[in-house]
Design a protein around this ligand. Structure first.
Ligand SMILES: Cc1cc2nc3c(=O)[nH]c(=O)nc-3n(C[C@H](O)[C@H](O)[C@H](O)COP(=O)(O)OP(=O)(O)OC[C@H]3O[C@@H](n4cnc5c(N)ncnc54)[C@H](O)[C@@H]3O)c2cc1C
Length: 581
């Protein structure tokens, strides 16, 4: 049975079952629930499938997303199961190298290249969610209706035997409705989002006709069938474009592009898999765990917000898998939206802060989609002239030093840097690459006063943070806005920059995170930021830079923050107080 969702107006009750409902327990919903709870909100998650999927779709994640999972408190555990620092290469049909990407630097404190097995990742996230008292997970419950009003969203959900993740028709029990109410609803309900559809929100972009066969393999006991395939390969073979991807736990994925004349039925036959796989491995050494033909979409929802309802993950954007960024985009959404919802609910931030979720995230998601489509074209082109042009230009680029690092270090990847005028923060003071307002601060290696290595984000916690460069920021700030923000105060010194000797002795400031850099990375970043000794840097909870101010100008940051935090609308204030508007 399928059920349409209905969105509409209702009464304005201010009794809530949770601050936020999350619909869907894929990677976006899992991360969203963790981060909302970590930032102080109560959450109910509704998932229509009684069991987790148990199969891999995503295989790759990057350093920025591991940093987000660090904020969710799960990064160390999920990372322990990943293959890390794996070079990614583009090779010709004969195996000769066209280009290779490998990035040993760790600007965000994690490897840039990480390959994982999705069921491991999801199992850890779901198991650890059960440890959070702020979160209630309801599996086997399908959202069939929601109604929003000035103060909240009322959801109807019913028992569901699920749809086997698309394998069967959805089976619901309409006789088991429950009605619950929250301040906000976040739809993480996937590419076919029924929440998005019921809101009448369209998706713009391209649905590609090309089909790819995805085969997941596990090595049989006592065999080493993948030892000769150590790296991630895009095989640019015009006869059979192929992807070869190492995975943890003796697993491997192959993807093969179908020609127009190939049939999906034939490519989902075991005999076809054996024929294709035998180009790379001994088929008797492997077990096929999954064999499925996919098409892919490059689509973005026209709107990501309808008052108190937000779209996130595949519900908001669908990224072709050719740069492994679809799930990662959903993880980025969770980071961006969760702190904003927490600040509106708990710290009286203005409702307009929630509009910056879409204005910040959408251009980045679109840029990732464009890059993914470009890579698809590079890998799968079959026209001889285009192949010659591709091979020549990649070959030339790898011989020019600046271009070589552009390719080899993936500098073409969209940066975590918001466009001027779109983000919550003070305007960037310089054009071009200088100026850090609206960018993600790197997670620079630090050492504590006790001389131990520490991670910046672990030291700063979940909320706002204020860094004084060589100065206790509390001594130069004092506006009332800090009372509601309750930031972590920190004094940072570039490597070797801490004053020493008797003359430098003063009272040890209490309640301060006091750290030195343990590399030159902080000094370099401070130069980029234009921040000298005495400067103050305000970091948002997602560690994007809100402001950088020099001595004498700190009140500018306080004024900008006060504008964001002292003006919840009358309606929101009344909802938060539990008084119907
Ligand atoms: C072959 C392939 C390879 C990929 N490789 C990568 C990669 O390497 N890296 C990467 O980042 N991305 C990759 N992706 C993309 C990635 O898998 C998706 O972007 C990601 O899974 C989307 O997660 P999500 O949580 O937004 O949605 P989903 O995983 O689709 O989860 C949505 C959930 O919502 C539930 N739901 C739906 N409707 C309701 C309802 N009414 N009530 C309750 N629950 C509901 C569903 O049951 C489901 O569990 C790949 C995709 C494919 C197909």
């Amino acid at each position: 049975m399928t059920t349409q969702l209905a969105a509409g107006a209702a009464g304005e009750d201010t009794a809530y079952d949770a601050d936020v409902f999350v619909v869907g327990l894929g990677p976006t919903g899992l991360t969203m629930a963790h981060l909302l709870a970590a930032r102080g909100l109560t959450v109910t998650v509704l998932e229509r499938e009684p069991e987790s999927y148990g199969m891999a779709r995503a295989v790759y994640t990057d350093d920025e997303c591991l940093r987000i999972l660090q904020h969710a408190g799960v990064a160390d555990e999920v990372h322990a199961d990943m293959i890390v620092d794996l070079p990614v290469q583009w090779v010709k049909a004969d195996g000769s190298l066209l280009a290779q990407f490998r990035e040993p630097k760790r600007p965000h404190g994690w490897p840039v290249s990480n390959f994982f097995y999705q069921p491991f990742l999801e199992n850890v996230l779901e198991r650890r969610l059960a440890e959070r008292p702020e979160v209630t997970v309801r599996r086997g419950r399908s959202v069939t209706r929601f109604v929003q009003d000035a103060c909240g969203v009322t959801v109807t959900h019913v028992a569901s035997r699920g749809a086997g993740y698309g394998k069967a028709d959805l089976s619901l029990d309409a006789a088991t409705p429950e009605h619950i109410r929250a301040r906000y609803l976040v739809a993480c309900d996937g590419g076919r989002s029924t929440v998005r559809t019921s809101l009448g929100i369209d998706m713009a972009g391209t649905r590609f006709p090309q089909r790819w066969l995805v085969i997941d393999l596990q090595a049989n006991e006592g065999t080493q069938p993948f030892a000769h395939l150590p790296y991630f390969d895009f095989v640019c073979d015009p006869q059979l474009p192929t992807v070869s991807c190492p995975q943890p736990d003796r697993r491997h994925r192959f993807e093969f592009m179908l020609k127009d004349s190939d049939t999906t039925e034939d490519f989902e036959e075991r005999a076809t898999a054996d024929r294709l796989l035998s180009r790379y491995v001994e088929v008797t050494d492997v077990t096929i765990t999954r064999q499925l033909v996919y098409t892919f979409n490059a689509l973005v929802a026209d709107r990501w917000r309808s008052d108190r309802v937000f779209l996130a993950g595949d519900a908001a954007h669908m990224t072709p898998q050719f740069i492994g960024q679809g799930m990662n985009a959903g993880i980025r959404d969770a980071e961006n939206l969760s702190w904003k919802l927490a600040d509106v609910v708990l710290r009286g931030a203005s409702d307009t802060l929630l509009d910056t979720y879409e204005s910040e995230r959408k251009p980045h998601a679109q840029a990732m989609i464009r890059l993914s489509v470009l890579n698809k074209d590079i890998v799968s082109t079959g026209r001889p002239a285009a192949i010659r042009a591709r091979d020549w230009s990649i070959g030339a680029a790898t011989r020019v030093p600046g271009l070589r690092s552009y390719l080899g270090e993936a500098k073409f990847k969209p940066k975590p840097r918001y466009r001027p005028g779109t983000y919550a923060g003070m305007p960037r003071r310089w054009r071009g690459m200088r100026g850090v307002e609206g960018t993600l601060m790197p997670q620079i290696p630090l050492r504590s006063m006790a001389g131990r290595p520490v991670r910046l984000d672990d030291e700063l916690g979940q909320g706002w943070a204020v860094l004084g460069v060589g100065v206790d920021p509390r001594t130069v700030l004092g506006a009332p806005v800090w009372d509601s923000l309750a930031p972590v105060w920190s004094r940072v010194f570039p490597m070797g920059g801490r004053p020493s000797g008797r003359g430098s002795r003063g009272p040890t400031p209490g309640g301060l995170v006091d750290v030195d850099a343990s590399s030159d990375a902080l000094a370099r970043w401070l130069r980029l930021a234009g921040a000298d000794i005495g400067s103050v840097i305000v970091l948002r909870p997602d560690r994007h830079v809100f402001s950088v101010t020099a001595p004498g100008h700190h009140a500018d940051a306080e004024t900008a923050l006060a504008q964001l935090f002292s003006s919840p609308s009358k309606r929101d204030a009344r909802c938060l107080l539990g008084v119907s508007p």
